[in-house]
Design a protein around this ligand. Structure first.
Ligand SMILES: *Cc1c(COP(=O)(O)O)cnc(C)c1O
Length: 430
């Protein structure tokens, strides 16, 4: 199953001597799909080029941030210009205010926002804040949802862990996860049950409003509305983890697309335009509990870093000024969806394509995929063969059936046609 080039194989062998597993984030190692990861040297627009200069049409887009394609000119120029003014001060800047004001103007129900350096930090901090604000300890998360790698979230946490079939995580103590309650995605009754069994003890319900860490999974009608009304009834904070969906599904993210109000929202990925950035925000009365205003502690030496801020600001401003980008993303993804559905049908194997906006994924399943169990019982071995065939043909899909694909505006009609043709060729030969 080694489809990769000599340079990537050599680099992977070398990497494993000094980096655990040869990678700095587990899914990159291709363990689930087998074979050798492809080492990249550069990217531009819709294309990445590996160490041997082979070109790939990219459907990962750095797991989301490259919404406008790689090396987007204005973002690159802004980073270059700012770098000359020093790369960090450890003191406040006007740029941070501009970034906060921009986020507040785009994101519904966000009165105040604090910048951090990753989605993990954003979710970890939002949960701490929810606990501090409500004075309660427990929280509900959904099976297959990923909220970063903070201890309390590493329970039934989708993608990376599902890819490696990690059930319990060594190093996470029972104490750290005993307040984590889990329910199946899209199962409102299970949530009602947990709430009844833990009256007055639940601080928050955290959810990916469109899930992307078990493939793409869409909330069924009424589910989010139900969560909102349970939270209102019980004094529980609803946290939308919009690390994937924020600024991707719409300028106002999933809150805007689904028409559901969250109490706290976490952001990452797109918000940094490719730099390491995250953020959490929400209602003013909740956010005022954070230090130095309140006593819920949260901090970061490089938080609000000027290079990260100018990259993120330039990205978000482009999105705010060009709402047509979202129409374009939706149309491109629709085209991909329709073409893939036609192409894969040739194989005569059951499959399901889930899509919401510019998030899309393929599960080889004979029934609808609406939760983690559905995703896990699909024919993921067949997905792995599909992945490698596509990779050979220069189409770079996420290396796991538990990941959503991310579409960018850089993809042309020709790129989509080439992708569909590759899928058709694979399906025809199966
Ligand atoms: C990627 C992701 C995170 C974690 O973000 P990092 O920047 O990788 O720490 C959290 N939540 C969701 C929904 C994600 O997709």
């Amino acid at each position: 199953m080694d489809n990769t080039t000599n340079k990537s194989s050599a680099l992977f062998a070398r990497a494993q001597q000094s980096i655990p597993g040869g990678v700095n984030s587990p899914v990159r190692a291709f363990r689930s799909v087998g074979g050798t990861p492809v080492f990249m040297q550069r990217a531009s627009g819709a294309y990445m080029y590996d160490a041997d200069n082979k070109r790939y049409i990219d459907y990962i887009n750095s797991w989301g941030p490259m919404l406008l394609g790689h090396a987007y000119g204005p973002v690159v120029a802004a980073i270059q210009e700012r770098a000359a003014y020093s790369t960090s001060y450890g003191a406040p800047t006007e740029l941070e205010i501009e970034m906060a004001e921009l986020i507040v103007s785009m994101a519904p129900n966000v009165d105040m926002v604090r910048m951090v350096s990753s989605g993990t930090e954003a979710c970890m901090s939002a949960l701490r804040l929810a606990r501090g604000f409500t004075g309660r300890n427990k929280f509900i998360k959904f099976e297959g949802c990923y909220h970063g790698h903070a201890d309390a979230f590493l329970v039934k946490a989708g993608s990376g862990l599902a890819t490696f079939n990690i059930q319990t995580v060594p190093g996470v103590t029972a104490g750290a996860s005993m307040d984590t309650l889990t329910a199946p995605y899209n199962d409102l009754e299970a949530v009602e049950q947990l709430v009844n069994d833990n009256q007055g003890a639940i601080a928050a319900i955290i959810i990916e409003p469109v899930a992307g860490n078990m493939g793409c999974i869409v909330p069924v009608p009424g589910f989010m509305e139900g969560l909102r009304s349970i939270c209102d009834r019980e004094g529980i904070l609803l946290i939308f983890d919009e690390v994937m969906t924020g600024f991707r599904l719409a300028a106002g993210g999933a809150q805007e697309r689904l028409g559901i109000r969250a109490d706290l929202v976490t952001y990452g990925k797109v918000i940094g335009g490719g730099m390491p950035v995250g953020a959490f925000g929400g209602r003013r009365d909740i956010m005022q509990h954070i230090a130095p205003l309140g006593n819920v502690y949260q901090a970061g030496t490089l938080s609000g870093n000027p290079i990260a801020m100018i990259a993120g600001y330039t990205m978000l401003k482009t999105l705010q000024d060009n709402p047509g980008i979202y129409t374009q993303l939706d149309q491109t993804t629709e085209k991909l969806h329709a073409g893939l559905a036609d192409a894969l049908a040739i194989a005569g194997r059951p499959f399901v394509i889930n899509r919401f906006g510019s998030m899309i994924s393929v599960h080889f399943s004979d029934k609808p995929v609406t939760n983690f169990t559905d995703a896990a019982t699909a024919d993921n071995a067949l997905f792995n063969r599909f992945f490698h065939a596509m990779l050979d043909k220069g189409i770079y899909l996420p290396p796991s059936a538990y990941e959503t694909w991310f579409v960018s505006t850089a993809l042309s009609d020709e790129d989509i046609s080439e992708t569909i043709a590759a899928a058709r060729e694979w399906a025809g030969a199966l």
